[in-house]
Write a protein that binds this ligand. Structure first.
Ligand SMILES: Nc1ncnc2c1ncn2[C@@H]1O[C@H](COP(=O)(O)OP(=O)(O)OP(=O)(O)O)[C@@H](O)[C@H]1O
Ligand SMILES: [Mg+2]
Length: 302
């Protein structure tokens, strides 16, 4: 797995190329600095986020950055604020305070309707698939944002409409192949085993090729072999589709094997943030989470 430094260096290479082509008047060291700045810019940065529900603090003073190409886990006990954090990033919740930065754009409240345009896709803790639709049509739903319904009505039957449909179907076929869903592509999604439904949800999120993929407990409730398979798919989503990933997950074995960095929430506050080894050795994390609820977790070779 590439380290963060390797990923950042890899990202810097094309940025430096662009700088050379467009800013020939700049001194070379200045060009390099600008390119490095761009490469180092987080895909997602939360600063000082606070969120309360009727006096209960769901999130307190949360800072969190996700680097390009990073798999960033968020862990913590039930009710720690993990899903609330994803809901703030995807605009479902408006924080009381703080800022969400998606690439170059900063928001006090992320506009949910424009989420896909900002390169963000997500899965939900409770599956968000259409159980009566086929796997293929569920995956296509991940591209529904691309053309507004009014515009689609105007162009229906035109060469442009046919081209858009062909492109969308090709993108859906691509991700169905990528996630090995070809054998069940015509099956009603609701008729599939739970692990496969989770994979359909991942395909629906991935089909738009997001730069940032938010996964809320993608492995919850699946069998061990499905969990190992899904872990590999999440890793491939980063390696082959280039998505940076925020992963909420309770299975510490999976999290330790898959993540570049881990943030730990407890009672709405971030109590630790670091590499898997740093977090594993952190006494506050052991006290609040690892030592209590997950004593019996054995590490998986993912
Ligand atoms: N829409 C809401 N209305 C009221 N309270 C909420 C709402 N969403 C979250 N909360 C509260 O905010 C706190 C954090 O909840 P959240 O769902 O973010 O936790 P979590 O870390 O995702 O937990 P879990 O591991 O059980 O999924 C909890 O006290 C929860 O009851
Ligand atoms: Mg949750």
């Amino acid at each position: 797995m590439a380290t963060n430094a390797e990923v950042i260096a890899r990202e810097a290479a094309p940025a430096q190329g662009r700088a050379r082509a467009t800013a020939t008047a700049d001194a070379p060291d200045r060009r390099l600095t600008q390119a490095a700045d761009r490469a180092a810019r987080p895909v997602l940065a939360l600063s000082d986020i606070a969120l309360t529900f009727g006096g209960v603090a769901a999130l307190r003073d949360i800072d969190l950055a996700v680097a390009p190409g990073e798999i960033r886990a968020v862990i913590g006990p039930n009710g720690a604020g993990k899903s609330s954090l994803l809901n703030v990033v995807s605009g479902l919740y408006r924080p009381d305070r703080g800022q969400v930065r998606l690439g170059e754009h900063a928001f006090a409240h992320v506009p949910t309707a424009d989420l896909a345009a900002h390169g963000v896709a997500r899965t939900f803790q409770n599956l968000a698939i259409f159980k009566g639709l086929s796997v293929f049509d569920n995956v296509l739903m991940g591209l529904a944002h691309r053309v507004r319904a009014g515009f689609l009505r105007q162009i229906i039957g035109s060469p442009l409409a046919r081209r858009i449909e062909a492109e969308n179907r090709a993108a859906a076929e691509d991700v169905i192949g990528f996630l090995h869903l070809g054998d069940v592509r015509e099956r009603a999604a609701g008729s599939l085993p739970y692990g496969l439904q989770k994979r359909v949800d991942l395909a629906r999120a991935l089909v738009a090729r997001p730069t940032l993929l938010l996964l809320d407990e993608p492995f919850a409730g699946v069998t061990l072999s499905e969990k190992l398979e899904l872990s590999e798919h999440v890793r491939n989503a980063r390696d082959l589709y280039g998505a940076s990933i925020v992963l909420i997950e309770h299975d510490i074995g999976v999290v330790m094997g898959l993540s570049d960095r881990i943030a730990v929430l407890d009672n709405g506050s971030k109590i630790a943030d670091g590499t898997p080894d740093e977090v594993r050795a952190d006494q506050a994390v052991i006290d609040a989470y690892l030592g209590v609820a997950h004593q019996d977790v054995t590490e998986l070779a993912v």
